[in-house]
Design a protein around this ligand. Structure first.
Ligand code: PMP
Length: 307
């Protein structure tokens, strides 16, 4: 269960959590055209709180809306400020932020017509998405029987609600089969991403991640690439196959929710020693330094706020 907070920002106003409701004929509920973000804020080492890469997330939100031809009735600046206001009013010193832009009710039918574009921002406390143990010990994943979207079937650069039907299918299947997460292949059969994470492998010291085609342009992915290069690792963005994953020394997922989660097993095959690998754990340690303000080189990515 999500831990309720006091207020949700809804169409320009802060409303009580229980009153942030919609009509059942809300267009997005029927056809899935909505766009959203997942953002985290962290307590920083100096005792303050900061949102990690807030403007970049809001920019991706607006890019997603533009791809879907949704005209957002607020500016990026207003949404950035509204996120901080919501965190502050809820007294949330660290947590998860979920902005959602959706098509309201009015006309029915596939064409959204003149239905209103509505904006909601919810915030709540959320610990490790795949569990604390997952962060320390790594997870077991399986190749999904569901293929990731083709770039001309769904807009993979947009974080669209409807895109997540594919993710839900994969996640439910993976958990029902006794795994922690799904690994999805693209329509050409190459490794794509997790149900809500980007994926990396490490072999002979080289870090590899799929290029930005069928995958979401993850903000954690970008941060981890920048961080890894600055630490002297070689990182390549290149397609690879599932069998390359099987023979990797290490693998890991990245995402705002999943942070940097090592992968210890894929399709019953142990990756490396079958435990969280040293490169993944080192990058995870460095990533947590970045998001908590312990690495001054990345202060540019933090938006501080006071609760
Ligand atoms: N891929 C998918 C499908 C996702 O849902 C997410 C989570 N937003 C990611 C990758 C990782 O993106 P980010 O690092 O920006 O959270």
């Amino acid at each position: 269960m999500v831990q309720k907070t006091d207020k949700i920002w809804f169409d320009g106003k802060l409303v009580p959590w229980d009153e942030a409701n919609v009509h059942v004929l809300t267009h997005t509920l029927h056809y899935g055209v909505g766009v959203f973000e997942g953002i985290r804020s962290y307590k920083t080492v100096d005792g303050k709180s900061a949102v990690f890469r807030l403007p970049e997330h809001v920019e991706r939100l607006f890019d997603s809306a533009a791809i879907m031809e949704m005209k957002v009735p607020y500016s990026e600046d207003i949404v950035n400020k509204a996120i901080i206001e919501t965190l502050t009013v809820n007294g949330l010193s660290e947590g998860y932020i979920r902005p959602l832009i959706f098509i309201g009710d009015g006309a029915m039918g596939v064409h959204p017509g003149k239905n209103p574009i509505r904006v909601a921002i919810a915030t709540w406390a959320w610990g490790a998405y795949l569990g604390e143990e997952a962060l320390r010990k790594g997870i077991r994943i399986k190749t999904s029987t569901f293929t990731r979207h083709h770039v001309n079937v769904m807009m993979t650069k947009a974080k669209v609600c409807g895109n997540y039907v594919n993710s839900v299918l994969a996640k439910v299947e993976a958990l029902a089969d006794g795994y922690d997460e799904a690994l999805m292949l693209d329509t050409a059969g190459y490794v794509s991403e997790g149900s809500g994470e980007n994926v990396f492998i490490v072999r002979k010291g080289i870090i590899k991640t799929p290029p930005l085609t069928s995958i979401l342009a993850g903000i954690t992915r970008e941060t981890v690439i920048e961080l890894a290069r600055s630490l002297g690792y070689q990182v390549v963005e290149e397609r690879f196959t599932r069998d390359e994953m099987y023979s990797a020394d290490e693998a890991f997922f990245t995402g705002t929710a999943a942070e940097l989660t090592p992968i210890r097993e894929v399709d019953r095959r142990r990756i490396g020693k079958g435990e969280a690998g040293p490169v993944a754990l080192n990058l995870q340690k460095e990533y947590f330094k970045v998001v908590t303000g312990a690495n001054p080189d990345y202060a540019k990515y933090l938006t501080y706020y006071t609760v």
